[in-house]
Write a protein that binds this ligand. Structure first.
Ligand code: ATP
Length: 253
């Protein structure tokens, strides 16, 4: 039965999509069966994995009950994926029915036994899509930039997680915070790491030992629709992401 993991932070551009793709591809390289669900209407994960977003059923049709989850899965080189589409941005207004927080959990229940891991890439908002992701998840991983604005966002995220725990999914666990585009050599990054550790305590979680360094190869790999291990196996960020996968596995995830 798959472990379901949300990769989330309502702040934009912190590395949610990059982390989802690299961690998922890393698990697949380790021999696990991996599915990603792109819950971001921007569909960046779908694009970077080379998935179809127009001529096929996406998570939008699945959540609307118009497509079957299993038959909407696309098998890509790096991992299997259910892609997203810009139509998903209208979902907040379209879905007003009772129980709308559980749509994703229900949709994934039929494919949960076919995978070891299901990763959910969430949009940069604390929307109904993010609440659906937390409701369906066993674990949450929070990518965070080492800057002061990220710290402000974490407090709002914490409130949303608490609400989901109270009303929808008491079991969801915040596994940890991963610092992305991180440069240990700068004083600012080191200072923020200290503050982030305090935030992590408040979320009852930890900062992962592994930090992800900044590298142009990350964006180049996405542009070329390849995962970072295929695009540049010796790259520093590729090594960091594989270290993160190993750290997660060591933690029992
Ligand atoms: N380690 C890294 N080194 C260099 N660039 C990176 C790294 N991680 C992410 N990026 C780049 O930063 C940008 C934002 O990353 P990403 O799309 O993963 O963030 P996001 O949190 O998913 O964004 P959004 O909130 O818009 O969905 C992308 O252009 C990506 O290529």
């Amino acid at each position: 039965m798959a472990k379901i993991i949300s990769v989330t932070n309502q702040k934009g551009g912190v590395g949610k999509t990059t982390t989802t793709g690299a961690v998922a591809a890393g698990y697949k390289l380790k021999g696990y069966k991996v599915l990603c669900v792109d819950l971001d209407p921007q569909a960046n994960l779908s694009f970077s994995a080379g998935a179809e977003t127009e001529e096929c059923p996406t998570i939008y049709e699945i959540l609307k009950g118009e497509a079957n989850t299993y038959f909407s899965i696309q098998k890509m080189d790096s991992f299997d994926i259910i892609s997203s589409n810009i139509l998903l941005s209208g979902i907040e207004l379209e879905f007003t029915q009772t129980g709308r927080e559980y749509l994703l959990k229900e949709a994934l229940s039929s494919v949960k036994d076919k995978y070891d891991y299901i990763f959910l890439d969430t949009p940069p908002a604390l929307s109904i899509l993010t609440v659906n992701a937390f409701t369906a998840s066993d674990f949450i991983i929070i990518p965070m930039l080492a800057d002061i604005f990220s710290l402000q966002g974490i407090a709002q995220l914490s409130e949303t997680i608490d609400r989901v725990r109270k009303y929808c999914n008491s079991n969801v666990k915040v596994e940890g915070i991963v610092l992305t585009k991180f440069n240990m050599r700068t004083v600012l990054s080191r200072e923020i790491k200290g503050t982030a550790e305090l935030i992590a305590e408040r979320l009852n979680t930890e900062i992962f030992n592994t930090t992800i360094r900044s590298s142009v190869a990350v964006m180049e790999a996405q542009t070329n629709q390849l995962d970072i291990y295929n695009y540049s196996p010796k790259n520093g960020a590729a090594k960091d992401y594989m270290d993160l996968v190993e750290e997660l596995i060591e933690r029992g995830l």
